[in-house]
Structures are given as structure tokens and as C-alpha cells.
Ligand binder design. Structure first.
Ligand code: TTP
Ligand code: MG
Length: 365
């Protein structure tokens, strides 16, 4: 209620629990309930992540495998299987997109969703978060933690608050109290070094951070000072930026009367091409594959595709290819054409950029 009155956004942050390790325990039942680290078992291997059982021994991401084994002698070391993690990632993203297309992938196992307007017309973000968690569990056998709030920063913090299998809401009314007690190292963008500097200045929590003037923060932390100033006040206007690459750009014409003369088909193909080129220019889309769709008078549909090394952008790129594809299509007076469509398709559809923090697991030194 409150949030819609204030016209605030509804943001959900989802983060899988001990992601790589949980996938390994799911696929190797004998490893369940045991301390496990994912990484390359070599003298220079590092821990990508550790199961919650292993974390009790202090094993954590980026620790060397050798140190981890010393700290936890029974530690199981599982080699990483990126293909499987990618598959799970694709599944959870499909689930997210059932609710909204405003999904910002942060890493393979983590994303921010803006559900202020959502495809299911659900009022409460917390209900959506519950459903998403349940569907992730049903479809992958894994648990995720979810945080719900009115901006990205608070939703992310909320997602970490009740891990694993957590669901936590930071209501707008409660945000300032919540931030007041938050250790500064939990603020988004505060790394180890920054936290240390804040500690030296006597700033340990949100309340203390809030008491510092903007001028002083800018002076001490540069541009980031502004962000810290805002975060301490529960302000974060960054939008959720969907990084999903567009799958295709296309257009189609349905004719008022079915056509069957070659001259008419070529003219129509020309018009569809011009419109496609216009849309390509508007969207800055880059694709290498042209797809022709033909729907006949009896509503049967066929399609033909051709892929080129160069990006398809102009009329001169596309029209010859469109004609070539059309020459592979049969039609006549008994089998006239009702619709012609053309689309430029990206063969790498659905992929998104990963952040830099990935530690390569399977490099042999
Ligand atoms: P995280 O979400 O940071 O960690 P996690 O899912 O393992 O555990 P948590 O329950 O605390 O969220 O990272 C997701 C995956 O990314 C993690 O399973 C392994 C990988 N990863 C690395 O490869 N290197 C790293 O330094 C980190 C932090 C993660
Ligand atoms: Mg995680």
C-alpha cells in the first residue's frame, strides 16, 4: 500500500545460495551435508565457493585450496562444471522473465528485478519473490535468497540478510532504522580498503555514516562519497538495467488480398526490406542472420534463413539475401501468399555479460 502511495519502485534481488557448491551437492547426493569447496585441486587452485558446511570452518571464496584443506581436513574438492552452472542460470532467468523484462543480471547467480509493473499484475513484490523462490526450487532443486525493497541497494542487502533460503523485506518506513545499524562493510561499493578507512575515521555503521557531511565524504572518498551519502539516507535512484541482448528485429506485412504473381511478391519483399532497414537503424541492432517468413492463404507458415559473416544493416545487405531466400519458396494461384515477414536475428540471443570477478577454475598451472 504504502509504496504505491509514495510512488516508489518495487525491486527484488535474487541470489542463489552457495551456488556452485549447491549444484555439486545436488548432483552428488553423497556430498550433501558435507563441507565442500568448488575449485581446482592443485597447488595454486582457489576456492570459487564453499558449501555452508565448509564455511563453518572459515573456508570462503578466493581462499587458496591448500589453505582451505588445512582449515578443514575433510573438505571435499569438486571441480567446477561451468556448463551446468550456465544452464541453471538460464533457467532462473527464464523464471524472472515470466514476471518482468526489467531484469539486471549481476552474475550467473544474482539479479535485480524491477517488478513495479509486472506481467502477472501482482500487487505485492513479496508475493512475487515467494513465487520465484518456489519455482527456482521446483525447477532446479536449489535454494535462492530474495530481498525486497524500493531500490537496488536495499533489495540486495535484504537478500543477504536471511541467507540461506531467505526472504526479507525492507519496507520504506523501516529503511532508515535498518541502515542505521548496518555495518559500513555491508554497503554496496564499500570494499575492504574503504571500510578500513571509514573505521579509522570512526565510521562503523549507517548511523555514523549519515552524520558525516556531504562535503567531507566527497573530499575523503571522491565521487563515491556522494553514493555513500545517499545510501546512508536510503536513497538509490539507479534504474534496473536489463542487459538482455535483443533477439531480433523484424517486421511483416499482411496483404489485403493474397498474392501469387512474382512481380507482386518482389515488390512486397522490397517494402518489407525498407521497413526492416528503418527499424534496424532505430534499434542499433547487430545481427548476422536473415530470416524470411511466409504465411500462405491457408495459414500454413514456412521460414527460411541465411547467415552472413557481415552485420546485416542496409538495404543492399538485405534485399539480395531476401530475394535469394524467396527463390526457395514455392507459391502459385492455388497456393497464394498472405504475409511476408523479414527479421534479422542474433545467433547469440539470450546471452549476457558477466562481471569480471570470475575466477577461472580449471586452469592447470
Ligand atoms: P556468490 O553469490 O557471491 O556466492 P555463493 O552463491 O557461492 O554463496 P552465497 O550463498 O553467499 O551467495 O557467488 C556466486 C558464485 O560465483 C559462486 O557460487 C562461485 C562464483 N564465484 C567465483 O567463482 N569467484 C568468486 O570470487 C566469487 C565471490 C564467486
Ligand atoms: Mg550466491
Amino acid at each position: 500500500m504504502m509504496s504505491s502511495e509514495l510512488n516508489l519502485r518495487r525491486i527484488i534481488h535474487i541470489d542463489m545460495d552457495a551456488f556452485f557448491a549447491s549444484v555439486e551437492q545436488r548432483d552428488h547426493p553423497e556430498w550433501r551435508g558435507k563441507p565442500l569447496a568448488v575449485g581446482h585441486d592443485s597447488s595454486r587452485g582457489v576456492v570459487a565457493t564453499a558449501s555452508y558446511e565448509a564455511r563453518k570452518y572459515g573456508v570462503h571464496s578466493a581462499m587458496s585450496i591448500q589453505t582451505a584443506k588445512r582449515q578443514c581436513p575433510d573438505l571435499i574438492i569438486a571441480p567446477g562444471r561451468y556448463e551446468v552452472y550456465r544452464e541453471v542460470s538460464a533457467t532462473i532467468h527464464r523464471i524472472f522473465h515470466d514476471y518482468t523484462d526489467l531484469v539486471e543480471p549481476i552474475s550467473l547467480d544474482e539479479a535485480s528485478l524491477d517488478v513495479t509493473q509486472n506481467k502477472k499484475d501482482m500487487d505485492l513484490a513479496v508475493d512475487i519473490a515467494k513465487e520465484i523462490k518456489q519455482r527456482i526450487h521446483e525447477e532446479t532443486g536449489l535454494t535462492a535468497s530474495a530481498g525486497v525493497s524500493y531500490n537496488k541497494f536495499l533489495a540486495k542487502i535484504a537478500s543477504e540478510y536471511r541467507k540461506p533460503d531467505g526472504l526479507f523485506v525492507i519496507h520504506p518506513d523501516r529503511a532508515l532504522d535498518f541502515i542505521a545499524t548496518l555495518p559500513v562493510e555491508d554497503f554496496w561499493g564499500v570494499g575492504g580498503k574503504t571500510a578500513e578507512r571509514m573505521h579509522r575515521l570512526g565510521i562503523y555503521n549507517g548511523a555514523q555514516l549519515r552524520s558525516i557531511s556531504l562535503g567531507y565524504l566527497l573530499h575523503t572518498f571522491g565521487k563515491a562519497g556522494r553514493t555513500f551519502y545517499d545510501f546512508a539516507r536510503g536513497i538509490d535512484d539507479r534504474p534496473v538495467v536489463s542487459e538482455r541482448i535483443r533477439k531480433s528485429v523484424g517486421c511483416e506485412h499482411t496483404f489485403s488480398q493474397d498474392i501469387c504473381l512474382k512481380s507482386a511478391v518482389i515488390i512486397e519483399l522490397y517494402h518489407v526490406t525498407l521497413e526492416l532497414v528503418e527499424r534496424l537503424q532505430e534499434s542499433q541492432f547487430k545481427g548476422h542472420t536473415l530470416t524470411l517468413k511466409v504465411k500462405y492463404g491457408d495459414f500454413t507458415t514456412i521460414s527460411r534463413s541465411i547467415t552472413q559473416a557481415k552485420v546485416l544493416r542496409t538495404k543492399d545487405d538485405i534485399l539480395p539475401l531476401a530475394k535469394k531466400l524467396m527463390s526457395r519458396v514455392d507459391y502459385d494461384a492455388n497456393h497464394p501468399i498472405r504475409l511476408i515477414g523479414l527479421a534479422v536475428v542474433n545467433p547469440h540471443a539470450g546471452e549476457y555479460r558477466e562481471k569480471e570477478r570470475w575466477i577461472e577454475l580449471d586452469i592447470d598451472f
